[in-house]
Design a protein around this ligand. Sequence first.
Ligand code: AMP
Ligand code: GLY
Length: 426
Amino acid sequence: MKILVVGSGGREHALVWKIAQSPLVQQVYCAPGNAGIASVARCVPIQSNDIDGLTSFVTHEKIDLTVIGPELPLVMGLVDRLKAAGQAVFGPSRLAAYLEGSKVFMKDLCDRYDIPTAGYRVFHDAEAAKAYTRTQEVPIVIKASGLASGKGVMVCQTLPAAIDAIDEIMTRRVFGAAGDSVVIEEFLTGEEASFLALVDGTQVLPLASCQDHKAVGEGDTGPNTGGMGAYSPAPVLTDDLCRMVMDQVMLPTVQALAAEGRPYRGVLYAGLMIDGPRVKVLEFNTRFGDPETQPLLVRMKSDIVPLLMAAAVGSLAGMTIDWDPRAALCVVMASGGYPTSYDTGLPIGGLEQASALEDVQLFHAGTARKRDQIVTHGGRVMGVTALAHTIGAAKQRAYQAVRMIHWSRAYYRRDIGYRAIAREME
Ligand code: AMP
Ligand code: GLY
């Protein structure tokens, strides 16, 4: 088979790495890819939002399956275009990807189908949003409805901060049209976890449990990023809670989408807030998480290709996934200044020594090749992922590799996995 992966981050490097191990696969392509992906896949210079370019590449190269990493091409309708051209594709249609593309749609769907989520109100007008916010308690959560690369959610500790968040989204329009509407949400307490499942329209096959760290600073402080690290399994998600999430969240959501004429195929990712025995959905993503995919795929023992194909064509029934019982932990190394502003083009050293460590995988995110050097090329640069018998041991191994990798102003959190490790010690 010939498989194309769309995207250029650490998640796509992990997907390409895993897909390339399948005996069913002759060639993996990645559009546009990065310097690390280029060592496993043939990178083609087509951007992930170039729907025409991707459709024509898939058709001309006779690609057997296209796997889409990021949300933007999904929301732009890449799946619909490829299907119309008769191509097999892993990912939800434009209508189904609206679950991630519109927080207003997501909240209203949860409301209509009794899927547990935070209480909320929707506003299309800044003054009305502010008037309502003045009547609420803080902390309060202000969300731009549309896609904002994970940055459109503001947890506000004070009323002035909440008013400023509304202005930033709706008046200064820092996220453009994504800020046409805002969702104002009740602040939830608890511990977050990510629940991902493969979905073929009706069947839901859960992946192993995982958790990420979204905040840039240690102790989960500071602004949110795409994710600074992740691990699997997530001890907070007990078997009982997983069953509850399947019954109360995953299956009802897939059924709701089908009932609304938006059947879901691909990977469905629920961002959850867990508070004792209670689970609420913070968000849905209609794609693999980044960096959750890195530890998940390092633990996946089954061939991923038949699974992706089955989700794409509607034949997941009866399939299972075999997982390495060990834990995997991924530390994201970022450019100093991320998620705000940062330099690129800085030479990266130590990659060979780090990747020679046993049970360590380096997944490149924002990297590029400049002559014979690998250089930084984005905010999140490298996902250093290690496998070991406990999360604590995986953390030690990952940081051993992290310390070997260097560039000017590299930044990483030193506490990835702290909650899970505290639970392991209990
Ligand atoms: P979202 O993209 O909606 O998941 O939001 C990004 C992050 O903001 C989440 O991972 C949480 O850390 C935080 N967050 C979102 N909604 C809430 C909420 N209702 N209560 C507390 N924290 C929230
Ligand atoms: N790690 C969070 C996300 O992929 O959205």
